[in-house]
Design a binder for this molecule. Structure first.
Ligand code: KG4
Ligand code: ZN
Length: 339
């Protein structure tokens, strides 16, 4: 079974072809066009610019995905698009395009929840069995989910304010670093002292595995203002101390989530990390230690499948199609769509 997947919920225009055979998956093509440069000057994603850029690029990206896979639209078994959650203008572009292609070809159409795409990627890359624990950390989401089956997701924890990637981006901005801030903070933190500033570890010790980033971000701002003007060393130390606080919080929250998961569903088959922040090597290292100590395998999909991409949408569509599911062409785009 082969599915075309389209992703346009944020600032990546992407189309991919994925093949699913006897439960395991293969990426035949995954074309991702990042709009980062278009938004960099504004220090964040500008929805109007994002929508227009998706319109400009999507046809070409779909053509490229088909030609890299050496396939035609007629050889697809389904056409999937992320129908939300995300920036509504972009969602409309991808969803409407997928509907039009499905209508013109008579193929089944799948409206995929973007979060479900992230949630199921580990089955595409590593054939992970259910149930598993997912730590989803990106610019838009910070969630801990029990993934029990296709369409069966239990949210154990979420952020009560900013997403983790968003906090990295905001801290980078206030320290004068480039956008997107996550990779910049990580790069600069390598030269910094993580013990120089003792920032708060929000939520640590709470029984519910939720996240909170707003207070930590404010603490960084106050400290930066107090010691200004900042030297390169100050910025590095601030980045390292901030990153350390985030990682400590994430580890504590994952520990709590594993306990809750285990008491309800038994030991998770894996701890899966997904989302752009999963690219953070320091966080990955610490999560690996934690997973080892819990005797649970850590699955971290490769970088190109960690951030937003069409392959995860195609794969979620294929998993649903294999269960005999598809959606009507009347499916409305959704800015908000909790799993
Ligand atoms: O999943 P993603 O590509 O897009 C969505 O937000 O859905 O995630 C992008 C986010 C940005 O906030 C970016 O700063 C963050 O992931 N990020 C990182 C790193 N690489 C990307 N955060 C921390 N460390 C990194 N190395
Ligand atoms: Zn995402």
């Amino acid at each position: 079974m082969r599915v075309l997947g389209i992703e346009t919920t944020c600032d990546e225009t992407s189309a991919a072809i994925v093949e699913r055979e006897e439960g395991s998956g293969r990426v035949l093509s995954n074309v991702v066009l990042s709009q980062v440069k278009k938004h960099a000057a504004y220090g964040g994603v500008v929805p109007e610019i994002a929508s227009r850029a998706h319109v400009d690029a999507l046809d070409r990206i779909i053509q490229q995905a088909l030609s890299e896979a050496g396939l035609t639209l007629d050889e697809m078994d389904g056409i999937a698009a992320a129908a939300g959650p995300g920036l509504i203008g972009g969602v409309i572009v991808g969803l409407t395009t997928a509907k039009a292609l499905a209508f013109a070809t008579g193929k089944p159409f799948l409206a995929v929840n973007h979060l479900e795409g992230h949630a199921l990627t580990a089955r595409l890359t590593d054939n992970v069995a259910f149930p598993y624990l997912l730590l989803l950390v990106s610019g838009g989401h910070s969630q801990l989910l029990a993934v029990k089956g296709v369409g069966q997701y239990q949210r154990l924890g979420t952020t009560i304010d900013d997403a983790i990637g968003e906090a990295f981006d905001k801290v980078a901005k206030l320290l004068g670093l480039d956008y997107p801030g996550g990779p910049e903070v990580e790069r600069v933190a390598l030269k910094g002292d993580p013990t120089r500033f003792s920032f708060p570890r929000p939520m640590v010790g709470r029984p519910q595995p939720d996240f909170s980033l707003a207070g930590l971000k404010t603490a960084v701002r106050i400290e930066a203002e107090r010691i200004a003007p900042l030297t390169d060393k100050d910025v590095a130390d601030l980045c390292a101390s901030f990153q350390k606080a985030v990682i400590d919080m994430v580890l504590d929250r994952v520990r709590v989530a594993v306990q809750i998961f285990t008491s309800q569903h038994g030991t998770p088959k894996a701890l899966v990390v997904a989302g752009g922040v999963a690219a953070n090597q320091a966080m990955r290292r610490q999560l690996l230690h934690l997973a080892d100590s819990l005797r649970v395998p850590l699955i971290a999909p490769p970088m190109d499948l960690c951030g937003d991409n069409g392959a995860m949408i195609a794969w979620a569509g294929a998993e649903r199609l294999a269960l005999g599911q598809h959606d009507g062409l009347g499916f409305a785009p959704r800015a908000r769509w909790p799993l």
